[in-house]
Design a binder for this molecule. Structure first.
Ligand code: ZN
Length: 393
């Protein structure tokens, strides 16, 4: 007998806006959606009172390194479980565990770990959407907090590593201006890998050339990327301006209230609109971590100050220390988005960017029962991953 759950009378986040309704979960899927009071529970149906609550599609994080002390690069299933549990408690029901720059054998081990975890996935946890390989093939000028000594050229060895792991890599971040990248984009796409430009010093012409060849995303907009510069009497737009104005490009923003100020969030939203603007956590192991030991982010000692991680010399921010639920609230408070649009930026848009909007990212019949119940202040109350209540309070 499959479990059936009825969430009654919640404010449902639908494509067109937020409207009250009932949602029936059967097994791992959404079986039925109806106006409030429209579904009568059967004798074995668990009934949840959703009144005064918002029911959103589960959050989808396409850029997440760690949490609760664990980091994907550790290649340690225990560390992974800690981070997964933390983000799930904050409403994340599917995500791409994200590698950061490190020696290649470590990255190989981390890929093997994620592969094994995905194979043994029995539901109940946040679904692994494959690895986001925030790769060492980046421009040192915009390395951000990535370790300079591990940055590599994009050569045959790079393609060999990617081919070997193409079953588990779903997204790659790289700098399109590196030798060999433009030519490789069609093959990366053929392998089913989403190509995302980031940590890049390209100009807008180069960035668009990469988009012509199949690049569809920009990694953490505003952070670690070129923007307009002056050459003689002329202004030369960079990655930022190209990503903001090219409608083919999905842009993710680290909306923790520190990496990108409110005005810049607003500019991005006005340029990208409700179908291309999304938030990612880019969370490090320091997210949700309450231990007192020293914290290392991207292999370098970091400090946590005022709710954000930064390198010890304060030269660069180093990933966020929050999950997507905080970003929903920041988008509402600092970017002026309605709850509907803020929630869309962490559910529908990332699902669309990842090409899984036929089963995730919307409240719709037949879709995965990945759901988050929030109070009116947008705090997470309950979480269901593929029909199993598995996080929140
Ligand atoms: Zn990152």
């Amino acid at each position: 007998m499959e479990n059936t759950i009825l969430i009654q009378g919640a404010q449902l986040v639908r494509d067109e806006g937020i409207t009250p309704g009932d949602v029936l979960i059967s097994g791992s899927r959404i079986a039925k959606i109806a106006p409030a009071g429209g579904i009568t529970p059967g004798p074995d149906t668990a009934v949840i009172d959703g009144r005064n609550r918002i029911l959103s599609p589960g959050f989808i994080d396409l850029h997440c390194h760690g949490g609760a002390g664990g980091d994907v690069n550790d290649g340690d299933p225990e560390a992974y479980r800690k981070m997964e549990e933390f983000h799930r408690s904050r409403g994340v029901t599917a995500f791409m565990p994200t590698l950061s720059v490190d020696p290649m054998p470590k990255l190989e081990k981390a890929c093997a770990m994620v592969r094994a975890l995905r194979q043994e996935d029995a539901g109940g946890g946040a679904e692994i959407l494959g690895v986001h390989f925030e790769s060492p093939y980046i421009n040192p000028v915009y390395k951000g907090c990535q370790a300079a000594e591990c940055i590599l050229p994009f050569d045959e060895k790079a393609m060999h590593f990617i081919r070997q792991n193409s079953d588990i890599i779903s997204r790659i971040t790289l700098a399109p201006e590196l030798d060999g990248v433009l030519e490789a984009i069609p093959e990366l796409r053929q392998m089913g890998i989403l190509v995302s430009g980031g940590h890049s010093n390209a100009d807008a012409v180069m960035f668009r050339r990469a988009a012509d060849r199949g690049m569809t995303m920009a990694t953490h907009l505003y952070n670690a990327m070129s923007s307009v510069r002056k050459e003689g009497p002329y202004r030369i737009p960079g990655v930022l301006e190209a990503a903001l104005t090219d409608d083919r490009i999905y842009t993710e923003l680290i909306a923790d209230g520190h990496h990108v100020p409110g005005e810049l969030l607003q500019i991005a939203y006005r340029c990208k609109g409700p179908d291309r603007f999304m938030a990612c956590s880019d969370a490090s192991r320091a997210a949700g971590y309450s231990g007192s030991e020293r914290v290392f982010i991207c292999g370098q000692e970091a400090v946590i100050e005022n709710g954000v991680g930064m390198l010890k010399d304060r030269s660069s921010l180093a990933s966020s220390v929050v999950a997507l639920d905080t970003m929903v609230r920041v988008l509402a408070e600092k970017a002026g988005l309605t709850p509907h649009l803020a929630l869309r930026a962490v559910s529908y848009v990332p699902a669309k960017a990842a090409g899984i909007d036929n089963r995730k990212g919307r409240l719709a019949e037949g879709y995965d029962a990945d759901l988050v119940l929030l109070d009116e202040k947008l705090n997470v109350c309950s979480v269901w991953c593929r029909g199993i209540k598995s996080g929140g309070k």
